[in-house]
Design a binder for this molecule. Structure first.
Ligand code: PGA
Length: 267
């Protein structure tokens, strides 16, 4: 796993943008796995600005979002479909038919989940999967104890995630208890996983993900087994890492050929 430590959330977004740009420039019909939450907001803003300035062309990409709340229509202000529309899709020219988000109103959820998996396969698999990390180490909505081989399915949120996400709703009571999420196994099949984390509230989860044991108690730790995972964090999120000086040293000493557009990356 490549661990990149940046001074602040803005610098984290800038670095992540370069990875997205590079991916789309190399393969204009890339399949992108997208995430919601506060952490990727800066990245979406920067990508939208690049598209607006005609510096990035996204008309040929296909997207698959990680998750959605069960029971919320795409038009619901707290649905992830609405989030993506508001913060990203309305600003860029990705054809609507190329955008995939689990349907929170699906009548037959297991069937819908199977179809979601099949659509990812049909698209050729995910090239670049963006991920946040929950304060409890979840990725997507794969809560602690999720099978590390899981596929897209229904999950029940933990009380902690419900409390964490209550800030987006009028009250905690309004947060749905169930979600549809890509599984850990689904995420692990992406060719490149890009995890972003900022703030001290994520420091324990980041340390467990990078340096803790590989365990379903911290689903993000499975990324230790991923052949190509890049983690970009800010200084506060890095505070509990034991090998922080080594990660900095690796980054500062990357050979020239591994640098992409001014950044260091295992491209
Ligand atoms: P956040 O959520 O970006 O809002 O912190 C991350 C997550 O729960 O995966």
């Amino acid at each position: 796993m490549e661990v990149i430590i940046k001074p602040d959330p803005h610098a984290v977004s800038k670095e992540a943008v370069r990875i997205f740009e590079n991916q789309i420039e190399r393969k204009s019909n890339s399949v992108l796995g997208l995430a919601t939450g506060s952490t990727p907001l800066g990245l979406y803003k920067e990508l939208a600005a690049l598209c607006r300035a005609n510096l990035l062309e996204v008309t040929r990409v296909t997207t698959f979002n990680l998750d959605e709340y069960v029971g919320l229509a795409p038009s619901h202000p707290q649905s992830y479909a609405h989030f993506m529309q508001e913060h990203f899709f309305r600003y860029v020219k990705i054809p609507p038919q190329s955008i995939h988000i689990p349907n929170g109103l699906a009548k037959d959820i297991p069937k819908h989940c199977e179809e979601y998996e099949a659509a990812i396969k049909r698209a050729g698999g995910i090239d670049l999967q963006l991920l946040g990390i929950g304060s409890d180490g979840h990725i997507g909505f794969n809560e602690a104890s999720s099978s590390l081989a899981s596929r897209t399915r229904l999950k029940t949120l933990t009380a902690r995630t419900i409390a964490d996400n209550a800030r987006f709703f009028n009250s905690e009571a309004e947060v749905p208890h169930h979600v549809i999420t890509m599984g850990v196994g689904t995420i692990m099949e992406a060719r490149h996983c890009l995890v972003l984390a900022t703030g001290e509230g994520k420091a324990d989860a980041v340390a467990a993900m990078v340096e803790g044991p590989l365990t379903a108690s911290c689903p993000a730790s499975v990324l230790q087994m991923h052949p190509r995972c890049t983690l970009i964090i800010d200084e506060p999120a890095a505070t509990r890492l034991q090998r922080i000086e080594y990660y900095r040293w690796v980054y500062d000493n990357k050979p020239q050929w591994q640098r992409v557009k001014g950044m260091m990356s295992l491209e």
